[in-house]
Write a protein that binds this ligand. Sequence first.
Ligand code: DAH
Length: 340
Amino acid sequence: MITEKIEALLQEVDSLSADSAEAIEALRIKYLSKKGILNDLMNDFRSVPAEQKREVGMKLNELKTKVQEKINLLKEQFEERSASDCSLDLTRTAYPVELGTRHPLTVVRNEIVDIFGRLGFNIAEGPEIEDDWHVFSSLNFATDHPARDMQDTFFIEAHPDIILRTHTSSVQSRVMERSTPPIRIICPGRVYRNEAISARAHCFFHQVEALYVDENVSFTDLKQVLLLFAQEMFGKDTKIRLRPSYFPFTEPSAEMDISCNICGGKGCSLCKHTGWVEILGCGMVDPNVLDANGIDSKKYTGYALGMGVERIANLKFQVKDLRLFSENDVRFLREFQPAL
Ligand code: DAH
């Protein structure tokens, strides 16, 4: 009688299941508590004839162990399931990890570098702490040339020859002095000028310089690259206009305007109602610069261009205050969060 009961229970235990802590506890109470099935069986066991006690006792023990193991297993499985449920992942950090975003200037710089990269320009870099030769003299700024005053330079008092570069054109010189044409480089970097910090000026900002030196490079090549760049950066309908200008290191020199990307050229406050906004300086590399940097100006010609990254970023994002770019205020930076 009792043996059949135990046998049936042994089978029943196999099929037990529970999907909540309460259900598991209910099983424990049903089988293992003082008023549970196993205790009832223990009471019945007392009246088992002595000759059967050994066999029935063993069965009873088997059942008890099996029930205990089954309940433990159900508990383990339940805990495992809860842990893999993302609302209860105990390995997670206490606070959500916030994804960072690229700085808007980095986004714009990468875009500029990428456009020129597709045209075969390689990135070149140079030091921010420079010497007078690479920033000025090698680029055709004579010692007493008034153009040096165009760029308010930070000098180191004890070493007037050591300066913070005022433009990335210094990288032109660094690359030319160690290479033979063809040279096709794009030089992104930070530059410094001794300016009072305001919404419109900062003592440091970023530029990208491009230089192409080879045989038979002409102004037409420059113009074509400028047009392509402007349209890639600001849209297919963008027009460009070149105005004659002056830089010591280029001859002829020009400044490039693009049709205002806000009003499409109709006139607005951004373009001061002219329909045009200035974005960069450019020109044919002055033969003096080629020669000063060890490149034969009778054989080679080249073009160069340089632009401010903040300026391009302002046109793209209409940031009114330049200082926002260097203050690292996350409320500002979050506005440039890419869509995930
Ligand atoms: N270096 C100039 C500046 O900082 C920008 C520039 C103008 C670079 C004309 C050039 C160029 O390469 O051809 O204002």
